[in-house]
Design a protein. Sequence first.
Length: 320
Amino acid sequence: MSSEFQTLTLEIPPEMAGERLDRALARLLPQHSRSRIRGWIDAGDVERGGRRCRPSETVDAGERIRVRLAAPSPPLGAAEPEPIALVVVHRDRDCFVIDKPAGLVVHPGAGNPRHTLQNALLALDPALAQLPRAGIVHRLDKDTSGLLVIARTPAAHTALTRQIAERSVTREYLAICRGVPTAGGTIDRPIGRDRVDRVRMAVRADGRPAVTHFRVLERFRAHALLGVRLETGRTHQIRLHLAHAHHPIVGDPLYGGRFQRPRGASDALAAALHGFGRQALHATRLSFAQPRSGRTLRLESAPPADFAQLLDALRRDGET
């Protein structure tokens, strides 16, 4: 074990009581693979009550687990810095908050080895190379725009990861959906990988808990502007949950289905809807405790031009 490491103390929430230790940690630390977590357990870097443990042990509600994370050396083939312009809405010595544009992939991966947010961050601050995924502690889909917090130090990474695991980071979104919900509500449906199409997620009884809260901000002829707040942060959570509730997000290529012209829509609105080339989802507000001081930071991002133009088209259609 390297002498340079960060220590996380994680509390097991009631809904994870009785789960295997490795599975519970994988849910609390979704940015790390289960195989990596098992390696930490086998190496003695995970402790319960000061003792080493086994991956198959079951955990208790309220129990505190200590995890030591080594500061990694950049691996072969690691992401390289690229001078990609970023909008930084907050910076201090512990963290950045980035306003990510639609179309920018967060992490390098299959089909996207370069030109990602991670590459851009390494150019913005080369010291981020010493942190897992250049300090990225949560993510947005490629075609979702909006706010992301980035850790700049190991201590900040520990603090922000813990806040996300404890669900104390507030993430609010704007979404334009098909159909007009009668009221807001909560969607509480577990999410897992689709058994047939591995690109998609699905509501599954054996999936991971996922909770989405939404409210109606504005109603149109056949659409609505929603304010959405995440309680959990599963892959494609908002997109899947709204589609499951029969209100898919406009432009969503995975969960939105084929384009259908709304009855009575003007030609201008039909063109705006058909031409919107991504899911109409924007991470508009983010709040969290500053890692060093604990002071609450509240950041806000206005919707980008394409989102605002679609809203304008919906409003003008409603005036006809």
